[in-house]
Design a protein around this ligand. Sequence first.
Ligand code: GLN
Length: 202
Amino acid sequence: MTAPLVGVFALQGDVREHLRALEACGAAAVAVRRPAELAGLAGIVLPGGESTTMSKLAVAFDLLEPLREAVRGGLPAYGSCAGMIMLADAVLDGRPDQETVGGIDMTVRRNAFGRQVDSFEADLHFAELAGPAVHAVFIRAPWVESVGEQVRVLGTVPGPDGGEARIVAVRQGNLLATSFHPELTGDTRVHHYFVDIVRGQV
Ligand code: GLN
């Protein structure tokens, strides 16, 4: 099987970890900093990092509109944490001038778990993934406050202080997003799942 070419948005965030995870899943992974580097991609990853900085840099480097067009045109995309925020159609607690690529019909709340705990880890059941629970690392993570009809919820965690369960993994068509960082744990099942989406196998 030929290796699909998957880009990683590389203006900000934990780019290297995603490149490594994608390569481990049989993809050819490349860093993307310029619009021309979107050509020929079979998929793109938006990494964890800081979504307001990503937004600013994407505008400054003329990458935002090309990314929007690519995703609108059907390019499979996966966003982790800040990358999830970048794929959201709507953001709560963002900066007033914060832009997103959008594509997933969801409203995401930035730093949602942040008031209680900045960072935490949890084992969660990830629909679609075989094997043991996914060990999920959350770092000033968003949660998904609401989703549209086309969005499938793939994972939740209990809210802070035993509150209602919060959505932390979703898929809409060939767009995938997680509040947590599978690129940091060495468990490549989520990246595998994305590469399968890119290959049109799931
Ligand atoms: N809090 C960050 C943001 O708003 C996301 C944190 C992360 O990606 N680990 O972009």
